[in-house]
Each structure stands twice: as C-alpha cells, then as structure tokens.
Design a protein around this ligand. Structure first.
Ligand code: OOG
Ligand code: MG
Length: 264
C-alpha cells in the first residue's frame, strides 16, 4: 500500500489515536491535519498502535472486517471495507454489564464471528478455503466507538482508529460451518426487548466467509497472514445502533442461538 507519512508522523498520529482511545475523548479527523494521508498511512498508524500495545503485553486474538454490508456503508458514507485488530482485553463476557463511561459514543452491531483452525494467507483466498479453514462460527455483538467527533470519519481516519474497535461479546452455540448455510441465517437485533433490525447473513458481502477472505487479502497487502486459531468478526450485518446506560441488547441468530449484553 502506498504511504506518504514519515516514521515520526506515524508515531505522532499513533500517540494521538492512543490518547483518544484510552481517554475516551473525541478528536478531529486525522485528514484535517494531513489531507494527503493515504489508506496505507491509515494502516501504518493502526499497525503501529497494535505493535505498541502488544509490546506492552496486551494479546492479539484476531481481526475484524468492517463496512462489509450495504447497511453499514450507507450509514457511515464510506464504501471501502476495512480491517481492525482485536485484543483479548476488548472481550466482555456474555450477559455482563459493559461500561459506557470509558467510551465516547458506543454503538452495537451484530456479526457472525469465525474461529480458524488452519493458516490463511495470500491475495486471493476463496470462500471455500475460508470455510475449510474455519473451526467454528459464533454469534457476536461488537461494540464500536469511533474516536472522531460526531462519529463522522473518512476511510483513512477510521482505519487509523482501528476501524472503531472497542469491545466485543460472543455467545450462542459454536457451530461447524459444514453443518449450516452461513449465508442464509436470519438475524434479529433487539434493544430493550424491541426488534431494531431484522436481516440475513448474506447482507455481509453475499456470504460472511467472503469478509474473512477480505481480511486475509488486506493482511497480505500489509505483509501479514491470518494464523490458525484466529478469531475474526465478519462485520455488522445491519446498521449500528447507539447504546446508553440501562440498555439491554440481544442478537438472535437462526440456528446459532443468542448473545446478549447490557450497558451501565
Ligand atoms: C467502522 C467500523 C465498522 C463494521 O462491522 O462494519 C464495523 C464504523 O462504522 O465505525 O465494525
Ligand atoms: Mg463491526
């Protein structure tokens, strides 16, 4: 990927993103100060943040795809799917109370999560190769939190902000991909007992395994691979919904069960 920022600028922007994430403070888009920033520069900042945190002892469990459904692209006005890294300490237990005071303006998404059992690498991994490398799938709720003012961003800025990653919750029943049609599962997202959105998993790129293939392709462009044992979230199936203290959210997946969480 083409980059334009020097190492010092990448470190300075990584400091800025880290401060906004750890302090739960909104910041202006990075492109306001660096209008020539490229997608490659955004990933350089994201990977620098990942490397910094892993060096501090935080553990990476996998990756996520973002902006992989029409609903999400329409909502955010960004039409290029992105990836972000996931750390073990971003996970929250199913049914637990998730704090909101350490986030800027959290939103929930419902997603199909994959756990892999074989390495995946290269620019053109297929849906079939992803499915063969999948150990099991799980229902997940992702809590995203853009660190940009008004939850408004462009492609370069959101990538530098780790694709808005904040928290995630998995639940339901782990299922083998060969036992299911992963693209025709109905899903319902409920908040406080009311259905907010109803959709099917094909909303994610036609088949959520294609989003995992996309993650592998982007990782290839960044000189990285997806090792066996990775946890991968395939992207919000519907638009994302804002949550506040007191809200209870459930994601119900046909055949896979439900996952729920509440916010305090
Ligand atoms: C970017 C992250 C998108 C998804 O599942 O589409 C994402 C954002 O919308 O803030 O996680
Ligand atoms: Mg997501």
């Amino acid at each position: 990927m083409r980059t334009t920022l020097g190492a010092e600028q990448v470190q300075a922007l990584t400091d800025r993103v880290e401060a906004a994430q750890t302090g739960a403070r909104a910041m202006p888009k990075l492109t306001e100060d660096f209008p020539g920033m490229t997608l490659g520069d955004g990933y350089a900042v994201q990977i620098a943040l990942r490397d910094r945190w892993v060096a501090q002892g935080r553990r990476q469990v996998g990756w996520k795809a973002g902006l992989t459904s029409q609903a999400k692209m329409d909502q955010m006005g960004v039409r290029v799917p992105t990836v972000g890294f996931l750390l073990a300490d971003m996970a929250r237990p199913e049914g637990s109370a998730v704090r909101t005071d350490d986030m800027v303006h959290p939103r929930v998404e419902l997603e199909l999560a994959f756990v892999t059992k074989a390495d995946l690498a290269g620019p053109d991994v297929t849906r079939e190769q992803v499915l063969a490398a999948t150990d099991f799938v799980l229902p997940a709720i992702e809590v995203i939190d853009s660190r940009y003012t008004g939850f408004k961003f462009d492609l370069q800025s959101v990538v530098a902000d780790n694709s808005s990653s904040a928290r995630y919750v998995v639940g339901g029943r782990p299922s083998r991909p060969e036992d299911l049609e992963l693209d025709t599962l109905g899903v319902v997202l409920e908040k406080n007992g009311e259905p907010l959105a109803i959709a099917a998993t094909a909303a994610v790129m036609g088949h959520p395994a294609d989003a995992v293939a996309l993650v592998v392709k982007v990782l290839h462009e960044l000189g990285q691979t997806l090792p066996a044992g990775s946890f991968v979230m395939s992207g919000g199936i519907t638009e994302a919904f804002a949550v506040k203290p007191g809200d209870v959210v459930a994601a119900r997946f046909q055949s896979l069960g439900s996952v729920g969480v509440r916010f305090v």
